[in-house]
Design a protein around this ligand. Structure first.
Ligand code: NAP
Length: 501
């Protein structure tokens, strides 16, 4: 077991306790006796101090040439790569995902850092011809101000990076509130960023609960932007509070993602992808495949292949090489998932799993058996609600129209996937499945750092993360006209219209 550490808030470049002196702890979900650290249980006064520091640093940072900001991010990317193994191990210990996945989480942060470092030399605006002679027209990106960043525990380093790096390259400063289940990952991430040369006050971290830290951050009049990832209900609350001060708000919320397996699909490929998409990160991904819509002609064959594979999955501590599926985040999650398993037993047929896993060393942590239900009705609760655990529902189908209806019948619209060799169906799925991410012959997981990420309907409020789309959220457009004609030229009035004589 590794030693318990004392962690601090980062405010104005200093590592400090909560003003109240209060603390909380974070423990490993694989072994609740393994306490990772103590953290400031912060409150409104700590948020005020962090926002004041971020506001104070804004002028210097936003006036730093973007290519210089990019150079700092480039150095940060290199440092994150150097610390990748250390960060991944801390993540597995604090959050539970198996080590190869934790390495992938850190790699996402590295990828976004490199991508956004390059943006320092682009941050493209636009120039367009004016309708007037001797007049210049362009639109430039401007920094906005202080960004409040509120992150979940399931991607404890990638998601803060997705939000922070575009904010920083655009010239904004930031206050991050990490999830209370994974504060160590974010504090260690911030330490490495500061080592990379982020100036004091540009990045601040305040740990503590959603109520005590999240609310004052969202309501603070000097915070201009809120970027949030988490549950849909939390997002609605944040959006409502932020509306009082007309903040710009980006919400990345829940999912209920389907994989469609058509009758002609390569079943072996579909099997590998389903196991990865449904049970990777113990099903605790916003893009997890929690619905399998399977053509009735291959349903029995595929289900038996899946049952066998799932029966062979090894549960355990994510730090151990033999582990396929790690714990879920905490005991409350085990209870919630068990509640859904009970609902599922009444709504459908249980194929495998359905219980908390307590054998041997598993009793020390929060584990749930990988679970499959079949003969699930499309409108059953287990097929409609986000369970956020290792549970997936098989829905047999007969025809394509019915499939499209079922895919789109949930309130979320994050990731959809189709396995087929029929090219016409592949393109129809791209057109007709209502989601922000679409895959063909690949599971619901696999987004890369340079394309927009986000969803439709209750998965968000229309914004996208990473890639170019993130720059549109973290910067403000300013349209600029320079008239060098030396006379008054009235747009729309002093113009000669060719088709109106
Ligand atoms: P959560 O309970 O909504 O919490 C997310 C963050 O918000 C945490 O830092 C939490 O603090 C804070 N918070 C909670 N209530 C708050 C409030 N009223 N005001 C301000 N902040 C508040 O979500 P989670 O359990 O961490 O994450 C799982 C959810 O995230 C799932 O629904 C998943 O689908 C979604 N997710 C979506 C995406 C995407 O890109 N669409 C990606 C990953 C995850 P505490 O930890 O202190 O409670």
């Amino acid at each position: 077991m590794t030693a318990t550490m004392t962690y601090h808030n980062l405010i104005g470049g200093k590592w400090v306790d909560a003003r109240s002196g209060r603390t909380f702890t974070s423990a490993s979900p694989a072994n609740r006796d393994d306490v990772i650290g103590t953290f400031p249980a912060s409150g409104v006064e700590d948020v005020d101090a962090a926002v004041a520091a971020a506001k104070g640093a804004f002028s210097g940072w936003s006036l730093t040439p973007a290519p210089k900001r990019g150079e700092i991010l480039f150095k940060v990317a290199r440092l994150l790569a150097e610390h990748k193994e250390e960060l991944a191990r801390l993540m597995t210990r604090e959050m539970g995902k198996v080590l190869p996945e934790a390495r992938g989480d850190v790699q996402e942060a590295i990828d976004v850092a490199y991508y956004m470092a390059g943006e320092g030399r682009r941050l493209f605006g636009m120039t367009v011809p004016s309708e007037m002679p001797d007049k210049f027209a362009m639109a430039i990106r401007r920094p906005i101000g202080v960004a409040g960043i509120i992150t979940p525990w399931n991607f404890p380093i990638a998601i803060p990076a997705w939000k922070l790096f575009p904010a920083l390259i655009c010239g904004d400063t930031a206050v991050i509130k990490p999830a209370s289940d994974t504060p160590a990952c974010v504090v260690r991430f911030a330490e490495i960023l500061m080592e990379g040369g982020i100036p004091d006050g540009v990045l601040n971290v305040v740990t503590g609960s959603g109520d005590a830290v999240g609310h004052p951050l969202v309501e603070h009049p000097d915070v201009r932007i809120i970027s949030f990832t988490g549950h849909t209900e939390t997002g609605i609350d944040i959006s409502t509070r932020a509306a009082q001060t007309l903040k710009r708000v980006s919400l990345e919320l829940g999912g209920k993602n389907p994989i469609v397996i058509w009758e002609d699909a390569d079943l072996q490929l579909a099997l590998d992808s389903v196991v990865w998409s449904a049970f990777g990160t113990s099903g605790q991904r916003c893009t997890a495949a929690s619905r399998l819509i399977v053509h009735r002609n291959v349903h029995d064959q595929f289900l038996e292949m899946l049952r066998k594979r799932v029966a062979s999955l090894v549960l355990g501590d994510g730090l151990e090489e033999k582990t396929d599926v790690g714990p879920v985040i905490n005991d409350r999650a085990v209870e919630r998932i068990a509640g859904y398993a009970a609902i599922g037993r009444n709504e459908a047929e249980l194929v495998i799993g359905g219980e908390p896993a307590n054998d041997g060393a598993l009793a020390r942590g929060s584990f749930f058996q990988p679970t499959i239900f079949t003969d699930v009705k499309p409108d059953a609760r287990i097929a409609q609600e986000e369970i956020f655990g290792p549970v997936t529902s098989v829905i047999p189908v007969d025809d394509w129209e019915e499939t499209v209806r079922i895919v789109n019948s949930v309130k979320y619209g994050l990731s959809t996937s189709l396995f087929t060799r029929v090219v016409n169906l592949a393109f129809r799925s791209i057109r007709d499945f209502d989601s922000g991410l679409g895959y063909v012959n690949h599971g619901t997981i696999g987004a890369e750092a340079h394309l927009p990420f986000g969803g439709t309907k209750a998965t968000g409020n229309g914004h996208r993360e990473v890639g170019q789309a993130a720059l549109d959220f973290f910067s403000e457009w300013k349209s600029v006209y320079v008239d060098y004609s030396g006379k008054l030229q009235r747009a729309q009035i002093d113009t000669t219209f060719v088709d109106q004589g």
